[in-house]
Every structure is written in C-alpha cells, then in structure tokens.
Design a binder for this molecule. Structure first.
Ligand code: ZN
Ligand code: ZN
Length: 277
C-alpha cells in the first residue's frame, strides 16, 4: 500500500538510547493521536566491536528488550510498527549490522548516519555540532564514510546527510563539493535522503552568513531538489511529544524550498521508498 510522507515517521528513539525519554508504547500512542499510519523505531545501534560513545546508544544487552517492546506493537490495528536501528557507519561494524541486525535478529530496516568525528585539536571524538572547526580533510572523511554507507546497500535511507554543515558552517566551495558528492551518490544508489526535524528543534547557530539551524541547511536541500534525489522527512523524535513534529516544521521547511517528498510503498514486512513525480 502506498503511503505519503505525512503518514509516516521512520526515525524514533526511546528511553532505550540513554538520551531519550518515553517508552515504545507511549510513542505508538502519540503517533496514533497525530494521525501517523506508519511508525518505525530506529534506536542508535550498539557498537559491540568498539567501546565508543557508550551511554549514547542502546546497550547491546538491552537489544532483546527493545525488540520485544517493538514487536509487541506489531498487532496494532490502525498503525504499522517497524523495528529498525540507526547505525553509525563504521566499516568494522558492517558485518554486525548486516548479519546480526538485518540477518539473525530480523530487523525490518536500518538507516545510516555519521554523528561523531575526531576533534583535530583535542584528538577526542566529538558530536559534529560541537566541532568548532572542520577542516577540508575532515569534510572529505565525512563524505567518504557517508557515501560508503549509502553504497553498502543495507540502509533504507540516509539520516541527516547535511549534519557536517553543523561543524563546517560556511557555504563555501568545500561545502558545495561535499554536498554534491553525497547527493550524487544517493542518486546513483537510489537511497533517499532525510530532512531531519531534530535539527529544526535545536537552537540556532552562528555562521558567517548569519544565524541558522545546525541542520537541515537550505542550500544543501536546494541542491538535493535540483539534482532530483528522493527526499523524505522524519521527526527523529527523542520523546513522545515530538513523534510527529516533522509534519509541521520540516514540511514548512520543504514547502518554502519547493520540495515535494517521496512516498512509501509498505506492506507487513517490506518498506520501500517511491518517487511520486
Ligand atoms: Zn539520538
Ligand atoms: Zn536519530
């Protein structure tokens, strides 16, 4: 059955990720109240091969509980619920994502993102938004990781592809080329890119051309629209009351830029993104 973006949210975090709140059933209740027909849970996947950002993602030992809670919502008559995970692309975790999450554990879908990179001053991994300076070499590394993830073929969509522009704030030649490379790769791999509503709910940041949201960034999405990649949107809710926030903020953001969203072809155990124009 075909669903429009206004009926769907596939990017949701609960208390399980350690920085969100609300139970799985509270999110489902709220999603139904907002009129959503499809809700996907995408907890930040654990990184069993790496002691990295522990506490910022679901613990490996909690996966069975998370899966149990999501699967318990599958019988809901008026909303389709899917089990997913948001995966930070680290090549050494690719086997875990593919063989264990999609394979043995039977996740319905995975989505990909790059959240953290090394601070060139302190040498510590930092959330991209808090990097005060993102040199060209680091942008190149971001693009290489992000496009590797898109090419892996295991992700249903790419989350907040423009997150690097929270760390690199000027819309300069580096930003233009990096954006073009990511969008071109998504086009070639036929993977939709996400306008992420969580960025629109965050405080504005200072850039050389004035204040803006850390992401999504208008220039990136104008380019994405011109190049014809499939564009979708999710709330990236971390608490139940935000589960449908993209229907307001991101839809308004897209409307101003003349962007129309792709749709979703969905049955009980399969999700795919379809162009509506
Ligand atoms: Zn999160
Ligand atoms: Zn997320």
């Amino acid at each position: 059955m075909l669903y429009t973006q206004s009926q769907v949210n596939l990017h949701t975090h609960s208390f399980y990720c350690m920085h969100g709140s609300g139970t799985i059933s509270e999110f489902v209740q709220q999603a139904r109240a907002e009129g959503l027909k499809v809700l996907g849970f995408s907890e930040h996947a654990p990184l069993p091969d790496r002691e990295y950002q522990k506490g910022n993602r679901i613990d490996y030992v909690d996966l069975p509980l998370y899966e149990r809670d999501v699967l318990a919502q599958k019988d809901n008559p008026d909303i389709k619920v899917f089990l997913g995970a948001e995966c930070d692309w680290l090549p050494e975790e690719a086997g875990f994502y593919r063989n264990e999450l999609l394979g043995e554990r039977g996740y319905d879908y995975l989505c990909c993102s790059i959240h953290h990179m090394e601070d060139t001053v302190t040498g510590k991994e930092k959330f991209l938004q808090y990097l005060t300076c993102m040199p060209a070499s680091q942008i190149a590394e971001y693009v290489s990781l992000y496009t590797d993830a898109l090419r892996s073929g295991m992700f249903l969509f790419g989350c907040h592809p423009d997150l690097f522009l929270a760390g690199h704030r000027a819309w300069d030649a580096d930003a233009v080329f990096a954006s073009r490379d990511i969008i071109q790769c998504a086009l070639e791999c036929n993977v939709p890119l996400e306008i992420n509503d969580n960025g629109l709910r965050k405080k504005l940041i200072e850039t050389p051309s004035g204040m803006r949201h850390p992401y999504p960034v208008e220039e990136f999405w104008e380019m994405a629209c011109d190049m014809g990649v499939k564009i979708i949107s999710n709330s990236d809710a971390h608490r139940p009351q935000d589960v449908g926030s993209h229907l307001r903020n991101s839809f308004e953001f897209a409307r101003k830029l003349g962007i129309s969203f792709a749709g979703w072809e969905i049955d009980d155990n399969h999700i795919s993104c379809v162009s509506l124009h």
